[in-house]
Design a protein around this ligand. Sequence first.
Ligand code: NAP
Ligand code: HSE
Length: 430
Amino acid sequence: MDKVRIALLGLGNVGKGVWNILKSNREAIVKRAGCEIEIAKILVNDINKQRNIDVPKELLTTNIDEILRDDSIKVVVEVMGGLEPAKEYILDAIRRKKHVVTANKLLIAMNGDQIFKEAEENEVIVNFEASVCGGIPIIHGINESLTANRIEKIVGIINGTTNYILTKMTLEKMSFEDALKEAQEKGYAEADPTSDVEGYDAVYKLAILTKLAFDTRVDVDNIYREGITKIKPVDIAYAKEFGYVIKLLAAVKEVNERLELRVHPAMIPVIHPLANVNDSFNAVFIKGNAVGDLMLYGRGAGELPTGSAVVGDIISVLRNGVERSGFTTANYAHKDIIPMEEVKSKYYIRILVKDMPGVLGQIATIFGENEVSILSFIQKPEKQDKDDYVTIVFVTHDTYEDNINKSLVKITELEAISKVENIIRIENLE
Ligand code: NAP
Ligand code: HSE
């Protein structure tokens, strides 16, 4: 039986998952790959770090040349993260005719075009299934199984860390800080969790999915982004009263050859399947013009689920059966992004107001003048902030974001308004 030597760049959460899967499922993997897979070298930052894994120390190196300059290593598996030096190492590996497997959504979203172009020129494969939604086979799903379709819409929960945090805040009343700490301990979060909680990680993933599904170039800076740090326990409680659950959603939709692209927290009805996607699970709805509606669900982060996608990609390289690797840059069509002002949604708006006669009327008048129609509102009798203020929460009918923005500018100018404390979109998931 042939033996193929591969190298890992990184032995953190994902690297450990890859090591453990290759070991525990060895027999089945050998049959499916048609060869033995030998991890010849593993690049790390610190060889002496305590790792709780039975990796022989002699496999570890801090010298990338021991991997890149070794012609016997045929596949480089990048699970270290970050833009540099990951990009430099991957491009060097490609130029040396090594196949690449990566879990790095940041790098693929930012530099995928260059990486896939060089891979094509050097006739090597770059697989990146683990870069989006951990263990869910969404990249191969879109790139291969759904490739006959014109994709109309993708919407879902594509970040495990934020879904874990929101689940814990909602179901167990855990604080944001404690829930984030747990997500980090479980290996779900990025090295810098700002990427998760401020929505950047979901933006990178959405950019990758959009490129694959809509054959267009997407600049990550053009994707509207809001994270979950502004979500307070009080918003979660109000959402429940209105019959909603708060999730970090990512969505792309094609409307008249323009793309609506956004990542933000959204309220979704408790009875919708996405409302019951909890912990580190992800779920994505895809609408294709042939397949119709489709939902993919599974673990979006963690050692083994992500390792599953990475090892699947390695086997795929060894079988050499990848029909389409990377983005089809040659077929890119330009698509304009729809400005958020033109996006329609229902809104939840929480305002702190002075408890005095006429305030509600003043706010309602401004909404009316800007064509914002109120669906319902709640005013709790409890006073806040030195007893002078109360909270009013409005839920609007479907409204253009532009109308909401114009209303809020006027509302904040009112003397009786202390603060517009939060605005959260209510997703229309039909
Ligand atoms: P991690 O736990 O922080 O591990 C990173 C590993 O890379 C560590 O072993 C580290 O070495 C090594 N490393 C980092 N920079 C290096 C450098 N400059 N030179 C040499 N070694 C370096 O990260 P992770 O959670 O496994 O994530 C890795 C990648 O997978 C990221 O791109 C992430 O976005 C992606 N991903 C993660 C998940 C997940 O659930 N965690 C899911 C999907 C995709 P030391 O151990 O010596 O510090
Ligand atoms: N930090 C990412 C998440 C890892 O929480 O979804 C999976 O890409």
